[in-house]
Design a protein around this ligand. Structure first.
Ligand code: PLP
Length: 447
């Protein structure tokens, strides 16, 4: 009760609902209003006085401090963006408001009650056995991955998974890693930070041109759904890249970031199943549940497990046990599959609305990469540039990104936007779509 009151008061001061110097009710009055013990109110006030949110003067009661505590003055970048952008259609996030709070909470409760005491100590750097066992079953049935629990390492999202892999590869003598010419630029930073050079592979409508892989130690691919262009790697190229890996002892790293979300047919199974000793499968809960969880997993060839587990132990010993046990429980009770099924249906409806709306208002625009995932590519008509459309959207309070933000090649492309149609909460989706249509309706500005 006291903590809830403190939080509510901090929030009221932080947002300005209680302005500086405002007088607070006496502890007696507030305790009567809220039907709580007077001591609880007095203790909450004292705590907030100690933290600098409130001031108490003998004889004149308790007031909001004139000077805000230092931590309140520093707006986080995210907070700054919230005020700047009313709507956000950038790719990279699922609808955060769809996080299955009550299922997660019940799973957490069950996991906590059932956890042995040893679970709360330092654990295997690969992760809790409960989660590795649950994931082995899930990945086999949902993604066709050939996964045994002892081959799995739980990480803090794909970001950490890929960072650890790069470190291990470099320590084993690798000097170069190839990525797709379009992708996350943070991946390039990770490769160079590990001391390797980055090469890039061109991408066409059948995915990465893997036949152009020459000398390189490893290739990072998004085979199920190229990020951000949106196509699946063609069947012939899947075989080709495996042949390359086998022939050259190269390693394929399969970033399966949104493989569960395919709408028009069965999901494309994981490449890993074709050659588990040559492909590292990397999955994440960032799209299925939420990126804030920081939960991801690697399914590794036998020869990499010990080194990756050692790198994970050196990085942070292991990922949080409570989150691992909760996810294990959510998968085992069927809640994770149910959530993914529900989200797939919801995102598919969103995608259909997005495509229909654009078709109605801007039939000349091509929308690509819509068979799967949480984003689409929107090619811009002649005369528009990505920067100009992105800036125009920003002036209308809409955050979007151009394809250039993901380009790692000198080759130009037809200007396009990467639209994360899954990101807004349901209540904001219609508004976000309307803003996008309005931005696209504006005539291009010269220059
Ligand atoms: C291509 C790609 N891979 C992986 C991820 C997930 O990264 P993480 O698991 O670190 O959140 C994302 C998230 O946006 C992504 O776009």
């Amino acid at each position: 009760m006291r903590a809830a009151l403190e939080n509510a008061l901090r929030e009221a001061v932080r947002t300005g609902r209680l302005p500086p110097a405002a007088r607070l009710p006496s502890s007696r009055a507030l305790s009567e209003d809220l039907q709580i013990a007077r001591n609880t109110v007095a203790e909450a006030y004292a705590q907030l006085v100690g933290e600098g949110w409130l001031v108490a003067k003998q004889g004149s009661g308790t007031h909001v401090a004139g000077q805000v505590p230092a931590t309140r003055q520093v707006a986080s970048p995210a907070a700054a963006e919230v005020t700047r952008f009313r709507y956000d259609l950038r790719a990279g996030s699922p609808d955060l408001s769809s996080f299955p709070r009550s299922e997660w909470l019940s799973a957490a409760r069950r996991a906590l009650v059932g956890a042995p005491a040893e679970a709360f100590g330092y654990t295997d750097p690969r992760g809790r056995p409960e989660l590795r066992a649950a994931l082995a079953g899930y990945l086999a049935r949902a993604r066709g991955v050939r996964a045994a629990p002892e081959r799995i390492v739980i990480c803090s999202g794909f970001t950490q998974s890929f960072g650890l892999l790069c470190q291990v590869l470099r320590a084993r003598g690798a000097t170069s890693l190839t990525t797709e010419a379009y992708g996350l630029s943070s991946n390039h930073d990770t490769v160079t930070a590990a001391g390797m050079g980055v090469q890039t592979l061109r991408v066409d409508e059948r995915g990465a041109l893997v036949e152009e892989l020459t000398y390189t130690d490893a290739a990072l691919l998004t085979p199920a759904h190229q990020f951000p262009l949106g196509q699946a790697l063609a069947a012939a190229r899947r075989t080709q890249v495996i042949q390359w890996a086998v022939a050259t002892a190269g390693l394929v790293i399969e970033d399966d970031y949104d493989g569960e979300f395919r709408y028009d047919r069965q999901p494309v199974g994981a490449l890993q199943s074709l050659a588990p000793e040559h492909v590292v499968y990397a999955g994440t809960a960032s799209k299925t549940l939420a990126p804030g969880l920081r939960l991801g997993w690697l399914v590794l060839p036998a020869h990499l497990i010990d080194d990756v587990a050692a790198a994970k132990a050196a990085a942070d010993r292991h990922t949080s046990v409570l989150d691992q046990l909760t996810l294990a429980e959510l998968i085992s009770c069927g809640g994770y599959d149910r959530h993914v099924r529900r989200r797939r249906l919801a995102y598919r409806r969103r995608r259909d609305r997005f495509v229909a709306e654009l078709h109605r208002h801007a039939p000349q625009l091509r929308v690509l990469g819509i068979a799967a995932g949480l984003h689409a590519l929107l090619q811009l008509p002649q005369g528009h540039t990505e920067n100009e459309v992105v800036a125009r959207a920003a002036r209308r309070g809409l955050a979007i990104e151009g394809l250039n933000a993901y380009r790692h090649t000198d080759q130009p492309h037809q200007p396009a936007l990467v639209i994360g149609y899954a990101s807004p909460p349901d209540h904001a989706f219609t508004g976000a779509l309307a803003r996008l249509v309005a931005v696209l309706d504006d005539p291009p500005r010269p220059g």
